[in-house]
Design a protein around this ligand. Structure first.
Ligand SMILES: Cc1cc2nc3c(=O)[nH]c(=O)nc-3n(C[C@H](O)[C@H](O)[C@H](O)COP(=O)(O)OP(=O)(O)OC[C@H]3O[C@@H](n4cnc5c(N)ncnc54)[C@H](O)[C@@H]3O)c2cc1C
Length: 510
């Protein structure tokens, strides 16, 4: 039978980590699943690309919570992919290095003890503040049962019973524990991981992400796409399908329920239930505005997305640049939490720098990725263009020139940190917010989807259930972003189809 003639139990639109995890869990429970992906490559932000025979990650540079016994490790074990992951643990005494404009650097060690010890050395008089920071992270994380692989019913206090925990400002907390400006910036030094901004970032986002990266940070050897490949293999082995080049544009209904989704080629795929792994606005666009309440659509219009990014990718000559088994967060100003709203002429004020890790990783790196913030407005004049491998197009000479100029600025910034770096650069490549817009399908190339804002936490609340009885949502916009966040989101989505306690028990005992 042709795919289009079957009726699946579930069709999942989008093969990001959230969509793939949903498909695997449902497949393991005996449901028939079909994943439809518009791109040439599966994985959403897990996609990689290759230049000069080097592999570059596009949206996953390191992953936390992967030490034995940690939440993501255990979930990946349950999904059946943990033992096949090829990964490299970042350095214990320094997995993230925070650098300031005066050249001084501060280490973040892995695990709370190493993290604290490293900071105690630099800030001997601030032990109380450093302890308070770590204690608070742990205290906040305890409010999120699923994050700790517990069922909501098993805990006394959670963010559901105590929603006020979601509305705490990270910046207010940092200011309350220390007046030392440098320590404030060091504690929030890996802020590009969550686009930290003093005006909006909730404390819980910092807590869940910091705790995760302190609990086993790893680089994926030869790229994060291996996670998508392993999950796809698993889905296929369970009888499911993952199809590429399937851009879903609309849905057919019978009464109030979706019967099938329709792709740009006019092909129709039918299922009993549908899960959208796309941005909630895109979900509304695909499944029909009139199917959702006006109030919900207006709320989506009011929601801000996180800032986007400009990425620079360098390939190096052989045996030139040392492999760094840590990430470098380099700031052009002291106030790390004021770098999202960068000033023209000052860009880039924040850079995330990492060297790629290969299977046969030696002392030298063959490639480097540099992530900087970039507002979508900078590329808006080319927003009508579209260019992906699946649907190629031209953006024009002015756009290429824009990219070259930005690449040069980033290279000059890198030279301040690594004076000879230019001598060993074989190739330089870049991507802009338009790249993320086209590949991921968000309207402005948002780095981490919907912005969580402690001032109005309800505004960004997205449910797995929708008004359409057989349509559900998943992915980074549901719970929180990142590989861990989007995986947890997938579990939340799956709780609509199976008992939460049952699934959590299966994960814990995997
Ligand atoms: C530059 C960058 C760096 C990052 N670094 C890290 C990191 O180091 N560590 C970390 O843990 N996280 C990182 N993240 C975040 C992490 O990658 C994401 O939060 C996570 O991968 C999002 O997964 P998702 O399930 O929401 O799906 P997404 O990755 O958003 O994928 C959605 C999928 O849906 C598909 N789709 C959209 N519309 C349609 C349609 N109409 N039809 C069919 N398919 C469609 C898209 O093509 C895409 O494949 C980074 C993100 C970015 C952008």
């Amino acid at each position: 039978m042709k795919e289009a003639e079957k009726e699946y139990d579930f069709i999942i639109v989008g093969s990001g980590i959230g969509g793939l995890v949903c498909a695997t869990v449902l497949g393991m429970e005996g449901y028939s699943v079909l994943v439809l992906e518009k791109n040439h490559q599966i994985g959403g932000s897990l996609q990689v690309f290759s230049r000069d025979k080097r592999i570059f990650d596009t949206g996953v540079h390191y992953i936390g919570s992967l030490d034995e016994g940690e939440n993501l490790h255990q979930i990946f074990r349950y999904l059946g992919i943990m033992d096949d992951l090829a990964m490299k643990r970042l350095d214990d005494e320094c997995f993230d290095l925070i650098r300031f404009p005066d050249g001084s650097t501060y280490k973040h060690g892995q695990g709370y003890e190493a993290f604290k010890e490293g900071l105690f050395e630099n800030f001997p008089n601030e032990k109380a503040a450093i302890n308070a920071f770590c204690d608070k992270i742990l205290e906040i994380c305890a409010y999120f049962p699923l994050y700790n692989l517990q069922d909501e019913s098993e805990v006394e206090k959670s963010y559901v019973t105590h929603p006020e925990v979601l509305a705490l400002s990270a910046w207010d907390f940092i200011e309350s524990i220390t007046d030392d400006k440098r320590l404030q910036s060091v504690l929030l030094g890996s802020s590009l991981l969550y686009a930290g901004d003093r005006k909006t970032t909730p404390l819980y986002v910092v807590a869940l992400i910091m705790n995760s990266f302190l609990s086993g940070s790893y680089r994926m050897l030869n790229g994060g796409s291996q996670i998508a490949k392993l999950l796809t293999r698993r889905i296929h082995s369970l009888g499911g399908r993952v199809l590429k080049h399937q851009d879903v544009v609309s849905a057919d209904y019978v009464d109030k329920e979706i019967k099938s989704v329709v792709t740009t080629d006019g092909e129709k795929f039918s299922a009993k239930k549908f899960i959208s792994n796309t941005h909630p606005k895109k979900t509304v666009e695909i499944f029909g505005e009139d199917r959702f309440r006006a109030a919900y659509r207006h709320r989506l219009d009011k929601i801000n997305n996180t800032v986007s990014s400009f990425m620079v990718y360098l390939s190096f000559e052989e045996d030139f640049f040392p492999y760094l088994n840590y990430n470098l967060y380099a700031y052009g100003k002291e106030e790390v939490w004021e770098t999202v709203d960068y000033k023209e002429g000052m860009w880039p004020e924040a850079m995330f720098i990492c060297t790629s890790a290969a299977h046969d990783q030696g002392a030298y790196a063959d490639a480097m990725s540099v992530m900087t913030y970039m507002d979508y407005s900078e590329v808006e004049e080319w927003s009508d263009s579209f260019n992906t491998v699946a649907r190629s197009g031209e953006r024009g000479a002015a756009y290429e020139q824009f990219k070259k100029e930005k690449e040069e600025i980033v290279l000059q910034r890198l030279e301040k940190i690594f004076p000879d770096i230019r001598k060993g650069v074989r190739g330089i490549y870049s991507s802009t917010p338009l790249t993320y817009k086209d590949y991921i399908g968000t309207e402005d190339g948002a780095l981490y989807g919907i912005l969580k804002d402690y001032n109005n936490i309800m505004l960004s609340k997205i449910n797995a259930r929708t008004r359409v009885p057989n349509l559900y949502q998943t992915g980074q916009n549901l719970v929180f972003h990142g590989i861990l966040g989007s995986t947890i989101s997938a579990l939340v989505t799956c709780f609509n189809f199976m008992d939460s306690k049952y699934l959590i028990e299966k994960i814990k005992t995997a």
